[in-house]
Design a protein. Sequence first.
Length: 165
Amino acid sequence: MNHRKLRAGEVAGTYDITAPVTEAELVSIAQAFARRRLARGRKLTRPDLVFDYLQVLFQGYEHEVFSALFLDTQHRLIHFETLFRGTIDSASVYPREVVKRALAHNAGAVIFVHNHPSGDPEPSDADRRITQRLKEALGLVEIRVIDHIVVGSEGRSSFAGLGYL
């Protein structure tokens, strides 16, 4: 980590803060760590940690953002990409564009993630409908949809965990 106010701690995976930091700096540091944990080539084997990283990355958005984690067949991350940006309560998602991006990255699987600026992570009917359309479209080109995660300030929801996939 190249942050001036952090220094590696004596115990692996710990850090010492060397100067006072603001709340905004703490959020920035947390987001930098989350981005690093979602770096290309990382195998995503711990859903709880992936959820935590995504919640950190998506907090603070005042509009909906729909993203995808494109994975290889071994569930290693190929690319994490924001695909669509929306308004305070919706984002238009186009299956054709999602399929194009997945094929461009040669993905074998995908995890979708979007935020609810309202804070409530409960998936809406529209969320469930678009996820089903995406699953069908990607299934035609043999790309698996592993999960769709909705994050909000009040928590997160997993379509796989809820039995929607």
